[in-house]
Write a protein that binds this ligand. Structure first.
Ligand code: PGA
Ligand code: ZN
Length: 432
């Protein structure tokens, strides 16, 4: 093969296979594998959320008593029969056409018929197969020479909310490293903070294992105690709080906020949207917080907008449940000033094409974007490739333990290394 010329094998889809595999919570999930006429193969596994937005694509689950009703036999069968029949003979390199066919075949607005879990696995597997046919890693297949941005990672230290049995109201206490000069260095620093946090928890007799995404189980008496502990962990690890290592929160407020009331079980408080916003503003004054996700509930865009304008230029306000990786919702919420960055979770949208459209909507609105994993994950590393291939400057995967998380951080290290001197670490530039 001559240098610079990519030999592409035949990208016609020959076979589509669905398979039941297991996720990081020990629950069934769907893997799709696509084989092309030229012999290339692609494979992907659907992740699963726990604190889901009401507007997300819905996973198809079997119900009944086995596996708590979470079986995926029906979704797997849909891949093996209907989806396989509809995609055989089509060109895997035409992602738009593949995804359009999947959307039409399903026919529902939320992918409930075939299952969001079936559809996203197939959509991602097609992308992997097309990349393999060109002999390229997925990030390079998607982004070509323009793909050189390595994102700023957002990494969980304490897990709470729906990922820790409601032990704390706030879901994610995370760190970002705006002072780091590379992705690899950001991981070095995070590893030290994670270790320091563990040592502090142990010293105080609070160490109780980890939550769903690998962050320490939040054995605290209130939400603010976790913030104070995180600040101490940053200091104990030897970093300048705010400049080198800062705090990011995912409040996931839809879990405890309804119809404008916010009920904090752990703090024993019942607040309206404004009063809850005041609590968050006090936290921002006391702690080096640079990002807050879903500060208000999905049914409170007005409160969301009010909070966004109150912290403009100081804190990035990320919309997750509020916009559920939907281009339409992102455009609507951007118009209302509710948030200034969008979380991009491919399985919330259901296909790669729709997730990319959501990203484009965020960019058109002048919003930031963060490619994100779910709380239920696997060894699948597709999202690391999407982040770089799409040129997204921020990346959220969960904590700094457990291989379903580390697989993604480690894959990003490999991509950063492959880019070498061409790599551009997004660093603090993505923050307000
Ligand atoms: P989920 O939560 O994957 O459990 O829905 C992650 C998040 O809220 O960002
Ligand atoms: Zn979230």
């Amino acid at each position: 093969m001559e240098e610079g010329i990519v030999e592409v094998s035949d990208t016609t889809i020959a076979a589509v296979k669905g398979r039941r595999v297991w996720d990081s919570r020990g629950r069934p999930t769907v893997e799709a594998e696509i084989e092309l006429a030229g012999g290339a193969r692609g494979r992907a596994i659907s992740p699963a959320g726990a604190s889901m937005g009401a507007g997300e694509a819905v996973d198809r689950r079997d119900g009944g008593s086995a596996f708590g009703g979470l079986g995926v036999t029906l979704a797997m069968n849909a891949v093996n029969s209907e989806i396989a029949g509809a995609l055989r003979g089509r060109d895997a390199a035409d992602q738009h056409a593949i995804d359009k066919r999947l959307i039409a075949l399903d026919g529902t607005p939320n992918k409930a018929r075939l299952g969001g879990n079936a559809i996203i696995a197939v959509s991602m597997a097609a992308a992997h197969a097309a990349a393999a046919a060109r002999g390229l890693p997925l990030w390079q297949h998607l982004g070509g020479d323009a793909a050189k941005t390595i994102p700023l990672p957002e990494i969980q230290i304490f897990g709470g909310g729906a990922h820790a049995g409601g032990r704390l109201d706030v879901q994610d206490f995370m760190v970002i490293c705006p002072g780091a000069r590379s992705f690899a260095q950001a991981l070095d620093w995070t590893a030290e903070v994670y270790r320091a946090a563990g040592a502090l928890m142990k010293d105080e007799g609070r160490l109780r294992g980890v939550a769903d995404e690998g962050g320490y189980w939040p054995e605290f008496d209130g939400n603010e105690q976790a913030l104070a502990m995180l600040l101490r962990a940053i200091e104990r690890a030897g970093y300048a709080p705010g400049e080198q290592v800062a705090i990011s929160l995912d409040i996931a407020a839809s879990q405890f906020g309804k119809r404008g009331r916010y009920r904090l079980a752990r703090d024993r408080r019942d607040l309206d949207s404004d009063a809850w916003g005041e609590v968050l503003l006090r936290w921002i004054e006391r702690y080096p917080i640079r990002m807050i996700e879903d500060p208000m509930a999905e049914d409170d865009p007005e409160g969301f907008a009010h909070f966004t304008s109150a912290v403009k230029g100081r804190v990035q306000v990320v919309a997750d449940d509020l916009v559920v990786t939907s281009a339409q919702r992102i455009a609507d919420m951007a118009r209302r000033g509710a948030g200034d960055a969008a979380l991009i979770k491919p399985n919330q949208a259901g296909t790669l094409t729709e997730a990319k459209a959501a990203l484009d909507a965020a960019r058109d609105a002048g919003w930031g974007a963060i490619v994100s994993a779910r709380s239920g994950e696997s060894e699948d590393v597709t999202i690391a490739h999407l982040a770089v291939g799409w040129g997204v400057g921020q990346f959220k995967v969960g904590s700094f333990t457990r291989s379903e998380r580390m697989a993604k951080w480690n894959e990003m290290l490999r991509i950063e290394e492959a880019l070498g001197a061409r790599a551009k670490f997004a660093g603090k530039n993505v923050l307000p």
